[in-house]
Design a protein. Structure first.
Length: 111
C-alpha cells in the first residue's frame, strides 16, 4: 500500500493566528505550523532557542543549523496545521525533503 501523506488535510492557519496564540507554543517552519509544547524540553539544541521563535517563522534559523533528516522526520509529530496559501513564503534555504514533501495542501479547509 502506498504511504499516505501525513500532511494532507491539515487545518489552514494564518500567520496572525500563530503570532497571537504564542501561549500555544506555535512555530512556523516552511509554511507548516508546529506545536512544540511537548518538544521544548527534548530538543537536542536546547529549550531556550526554541522558545525564542514561539509565534514566529523559524525557517531560516532552523535551516542555518543544518538539521538532519532525523530531525525533519521527527518534526512531523508536532505539525498542527499549515499556513494559508496566500501567506506562503518561499524560502531560499531548505532541503528538497522539507520543501517538497512537507508542503501544504492547496485545498482550502474552511469550516
Ligand atoms: C520542530 C522543530 C525542531 C526539531 C524537531 C528539531 C530537532 C533537532 C534535533 C533532532 C537536533 C539534533 C541534531 C540533528 O539531528 O539535526 C537539533 C539540534 C539543534 N537545533 Fe533543532 N529542532 C527544531 C527546531 C529548531 C529551531 C527553530 C532552532 C533555532 C535555531 C533549532 C536549533 C538547534 C540547534 C542550535 C541545535 C544544536 C546543533 C548542534 O549542537 O550541533 N532547532 N534539533
Amino acid at each position: 500500500m502506498a504511504a499516505s501523506n501525513p500532511i494532507s488535510g491539515l487545518p489552514q492557519i494564518t500567520r496572525e493566528f500563530v503570532r497571537e496564540h504564542a501561549d500555544e507554543n506555535l512555530v512556523t517552519i516552511h509554511n507548516l505550523v508546529f506545536d512544540l509544547t511537548f518538544f521544548f524540553r527534548h530538543h537536542p539544541g536546547g529549550e531556550d532557542i526554541l522558545q525564542e521563535y514561539v509565534g514566529l517563522d523559524a525557517t531560516d534559523a532552523f535551516e542555518s543549523v543544518g538539521h538532519s533528516e532525523h530531525a525533519r522526520t521527527m518534526m512531523l509529530k508536532f505539525v498542527v496545521g499549515c499556513i494559508v496559501p496566500s501567506q506562503h513564503i518561499k524560502h531560499s534555504s531548505g532541503s528538497p525533503f522539507i520543501v517538497e514533501e512537507m508542503k501544504c495542501p492547496m485545498r482550502q479547509i474552511v469550516a
